[in-house]
Design a protein around this ligand. Structure first.
Ligand SMILES: [Fe+2]
Length: 199
């Protein structure tokens, strides 16, 4: 995580989230509100410019990792980036019990969402999925991903940079991958976290 102070606009964003948390906001009353603040941050030209130098953290269908910019010592939320190289595609997965704000800084991608239509327990299979719609996202778009929402992302021939706010750091909870052919579910710890200074 960052040893250096965060850049001013990012520090202000963190302070805003901390104020909401101190006011007792959480879950549905917190993260959709933070998404509005994230929208302003995503248009910061310095952040956009700097993101072009961030290393790829996912290549092709290989495993994802995240740059870790900040972890809040009191409320546990984190700031990450996922930098996808060209032609990256994720597994069909959820983010377990965490909330995620996935903001596109550069590039773009295609997202498909799924719902479970079986009655089996959340963390057990087999899972039967149905597509819940698909859409393309572009820079400035923020995907608000509530707990347990199942989705898959694929980008095209270009790099895609996602600036991410998570309610808790990946690795502190289980999340799940879904096999759409046999209904299998597998738990995993989420993207490896790579401490990275935002300067
Ligand atoms: Fe995801």
């Amino acid at each position: 995580m960052a040893d250096k102070p965060l850049p001013d606009p990012v520090q202000k964003f963190v302070d805003t989230i901390r104020t909401y948390c101190a006011d007792g906001k959480e879950g549905e009353t917190l993260w959709p509100v933070v998404a509005e603040d994230l929208k302003a941050l995503l248009s910061d030209p310095t952040l956009i410019e700097q993101s072009k130098t961030w290393p790829d953290t996912k290549k092709g269908d290989g495993p994802p990792s995240n740059l870790l910019f900040y972890e809040d010592p009191d409320y546990g939320f984190v700031l990450n980036a996922l930098v996808k190289g060209p032609k990256s595609v994720t597994n069909v997965h959820d983010h377990g019990p965490s909330w995620t704000l996935y903001g596109v800084l550069d590039g773009g991608e295609h997202i498909e969402r799924f719902s479970r239509i079986d009655d089996n327990p959340t963390e057990e299979g087999p899972a039967e999925l149905t597509s819940n719609g698909e859409f393309d996202v572009v820079p400035g778009y923020i995907d608000v991903v509530p707990p347990w929402e199942i989705h898959q992302e694929a980008n095209g021939d270009h790099r895609t940079i996602g600036f991410i706010v998570r309610s808790q750091r990946s690795g502190t909870f289980k999340q799940y991958r879904y096999n759409t052919e046999n209904g299998g579910i597998a738990s995993y710890n989420g993207p490896t976290q790579i401490p990275f200074d935002l300067t």
